[in-house]
Ligand binder design. Structure first.
Ligand SMILES: [Zn+2]
Length: 92
């Protein structure tokens, strides 16, 4: 049975290939997660609001925005009137 001798080294090489693929895939989600979480740290009043309006004129919704439960418009978190409730300053 010489077949087993050929199969062993072949399957080992395949496993090493998939290991490298897994490592490459593990790196990608990590960098993406950092990008997503950055807006969450926006708690300081001021600069970030101007930046948002300049770079993002019209968009449906972002991680640092919320939809008002009364007027159903999307606002930046800085427009939230009550912490923990989706109500903008106009409707409060
Ligand atoms: Zn509102």
């Amino acid at each position: 049975m010489g077949n087993a001798d050929y199969d062993a080294p072949r399957s080992q090489a395949a496993e090493e290939d998939s290991l490298e693929e897994l490592r490459a895939r593990r790196d990608a989600p990590n960098t993406a997660a950092v990008d997503v979480e950055e807006p969450e740290s926006f708690d300081l009043p001021g600069a970030e609001q101007l930046d948002e309006e300049l770079t993002v004129p019209v968009i449906p919704m972002r991680a640092d925005e919320f939809r008002c439960s009364r007027c159903f418009l999307v606002h930046h978190h800085s427009q939230r009137a009550v912490a923990g409730e989706d109500v903008c300053r106009d409707c409060a």
